[in-house]
Design a binder for this molecule. Structure first.
Ligand code: KG4
Ligand code: ZN
Length: 359
């Protein structure tokens, strides 16, 4: 089957065409992403109104481009999959209304996808990962550890109780006067820094819960800056290195806890897999530490290529194909959801299941 995917939940306008064969293998026929980073950079974060307007301007063209690159016509599509939450409501509306119009006029099924499910199932497209597996999502809007038991059976083990990790990177960068998006800038500066000179806290580390908290770290960065002011280039590098080490320690601690939970729930599982995705998964220090942790504790480490780890529409088209293979589609009256936790039974947390403005 061939599925057209549309993603507009945050600051990337993305379209893709993905094919799924009868054996369940996936093929990306086209995958177009247009980042709005330049439009938001002057504000140091995503401005929802600017994001929605930028999606409207370009989405039609990107849909056409995705079809052309895939060598497909609308008639050859089996379904239209679109992110309908969680995310910024204006952007979600643009994508959803466009997808509905296409589905209605071309008489194709509409499949509304949870953006988090898109991230969670990407490793099945790229690496044919079988259920069950552990999934760590570290992005600008989310930081969660989810047990992917089976299709549609997702159990949240841990989540942030305040800031998402990417958000913490972005805010730290902004404090330090580094450019947006902050993650790559902090990583770059950290290469020249001493991670031991400045001691930052590790909130919620060594607790029995796999929940995260990052807002205190940002405050600690602010205090460190005040102590060292006026900051020299080396001070900035040292703070970045200390920040990156602190968050890597926290992630390792929580992932280790979730390894134990996974083994408790699936004691007979032959191959245990940790899948990592989201923009922060592009960070080399974090990747290296998690990969090492996996090799020590007998987990297979899988991180999709970075263009499929960050927001894209191939993951939405693929999730749509998985839904369609299970006979699932959506009604045309479905609405967007700014908040939409993947595990609806999990206790709501302040920062969970939401992709809000990063400003
Ligand atoms: O998944 P993503 O592209 O979009 C969201 O769904 O949010 O993630 C974007 C986030 C930003 O906060 C960005 O600063 C962070 O991922 N990021 C990084 C790196 N590259 C991107 N964080 C740390 N290190 C990086 N190399
Ligand atoms: Zn995302």
């Amino acid at each position: 089957m061939r599925v057209l995917g549309i993603e507009t939940s945050c600051d990337e306008t993305a379209t893709a065409v993905v094919e799924r064969d009868s054996k369940g293998c996936g093929y990306i026929l086209s995958n177009i992403v247009r980042s709005q980073a330049d439009e938001h950079a002057p504000y140091g974060g995503v401005v929802p109104e600017i994001a929605a307007r930028a999606h409207i301007k370009i989405l039609d063209r990107l849909i056409k481009k995705a079809m052309e690159e895939a060598g497909s016509l609308l008639q050859n599509m089996d379904a239209v999959a679109v992110t309908s939450g969680p995310g910024l409501i204006g952007g979600l509306l643009v994508g959803l209304m466009t997808a509905k119009a296409i589905a209605f006029s071309a008489k194709k099924p509409l499949i509304a996808i949870n953006h988090l499910e898109g991230h969670a199932l990407t490793a099945r497209l790229t690496d044919q990962v079988a259920f069950p597996y552990l999934f760590l999502l570290v992005s600008g809007g989310h930081t969660q550890i989810i047990l992917i038991r089976d299709f549609g059976k997702y159990k949240r083990l841990g989540t942030t109780i305040d800031d998402a990790l990417g958000e913490a990177f972005d805010k730290t960068a902004r404090l330090l006067g580094l450019p947006y998006p902050g993650g790559p800038a902090v990583e770059q500066a950290a290469y020249n820094g001493d991670p031991k000179r400045i001691v930052l806290p590790r909130p919620l580390k060594n607790r029995l819960s796999p929940d995260f908290s990052f807002s205190g770290l940002k405050t600690a960065v602010r205090y460190a800056m005040a102590r060292l002011s006026p900051l020299k280039k080396q001070d900035v590098a040292d703070i970045c290195a200390a920040f990156q080490t602190a968050v890597t320690d926290i992630l390792s601690d929580k992932v280790l806890l979730s390894f134990a939970l996974f083994r408790e729930i699936f004691p007979k599982q032959e191959e245990s897999v940790l899948v990592v995705a989201g923009g922060v998964a592009a960070n080399k220090t974090i990747r290296y530490r998690l990969e090492k942790l996996c090799s020590i504790y007998g987990f297979l480490f899988i991180a999709p290529p970075s263009d499929l780890c960050t927001d894209n529409a191939a993951m939405i088209a693929w999730a749509g194909a998985e839904h369609w293979a299970h006979g699932k589609s959506s009604h045309l009256d479905i609405g967007p959801r700014a908040r939409w936790p993947l595990d609806e039974n999990a206790t709501p947390r302040i920062g969970a299941g939401r992709k809000g403005s990063k400003v």
